[in-house]
Design a protein around this ligand. Structure first.
Ligand code: ZN
Length: 251
């Protein structure tokens, strides 16, 4: 079985479609989507429609989904994120606003071995950036493998039952080949596939993950897309310029 993992699409249909061309839905038995379908990007309706067409096995909400669908006020958002959320709330069709507002909160269980969350298993809004964050999240996870998003940074944290065994794997910047993580049965994993629609590791290419339980491996992939088209749409929509600029540098 092969499982496609998408996170943080952020209303970037050009990036999403490039991922789906690289990793066609029909080649995967399962699809997991880790939240933040919308926010920042200029194609929220296209992104929500596309994801629904793909019929994900698990689809959970992210912090931007809550704010951009009116479920939550933008209390912890900076000015740019709040402006994009307001624009998204006005732009979503009634059907799509309802879809986004009704997305369930993570974590969600995929199998005996695997769960998914947006930020961490204990709080969907908390970021896992460093080793301390990862240790807290690993302690809270109820499965051996937890896929998460929210930071837009591809990474694998893993540990055995021994304290001090934490291992961090970050894909090499700009690598041509996918980063392959061979899963060790004695390790517990916390893996972020990176962001489809707004990468922040300095590589502007769209990011996604593939999990193969029978081969016991996870692959972290990158694929180029028409960044310029996504940028043009952001500018035409009157969204803050910084949102267009950051797509160009992957930050
Ligand atoms: Zn996000």
């Amino acid at each position: 079985m092969r499982v496609l993992i998408l996170s943080d699409v952020h209303a970037n249909i050009e990036a999403l479609d490039a991922v789906l061309e690289d990793a066609p839905r029909e080649e995967f038995e399962r699809l997991l989507v880790l939240g933040d379908l919308v926010g920042y990007g200029a194609s929220p309706n296209e992104a929500v429609d596309r994801v629904y067409t793909l019929k994900p096995d698990i689809l959970i909400r992210g912090n931007h989904d809550k704010v951009a669908s009116g479920v939550e006020e933008p209390l912890h958002f900076n000015e740019v994120a709040a402006a994009a959320a307001r624009w998204t709330l006005e732009t979503l069709t009634d059907v799509n606003r309802t879809r986004v507002a009704e997305l369930p909160m993570g974590p969600a269980s995929f199998s005996d071995e695997v769960e998914v969350c947006h930020g961490t298993p204990y709080d969907e809004d908390v970021y896992v950036f460093n080793q301390d964050d990862a240790l807290r999240a690993l302690a809270a996870a109820s499965s051996r493998i937890c896929f998460f998003g929210h930071t837009h940074l591809p990474v694998s944290f893993s540990q055995t039952a021994d304290p001090g065994s934490l291992r961090v794997v970050v894909p090499e910047l700009g690598a041509a080949d996918p980063t392959v993580i061979k899963l060790d049965p004695d390790r517990q994993y916390l893996i972020n596939p990176g962001s489809v629609g707004q990468p922040r590791d300095g590589d502007p290419r769209a990011a996604y993950g593939i999990y193969d339980p029978s081969e016991e491996l996870v692959e972290l992939h990158r694929v180029p897309y028409r960044v310029d088209l996504a940028q043009d749409k952001i500018e035409a929509a009157g969204l803050p310029n910084s949102l267009s600029r950051r797509l160009g540098i992957g930050r």
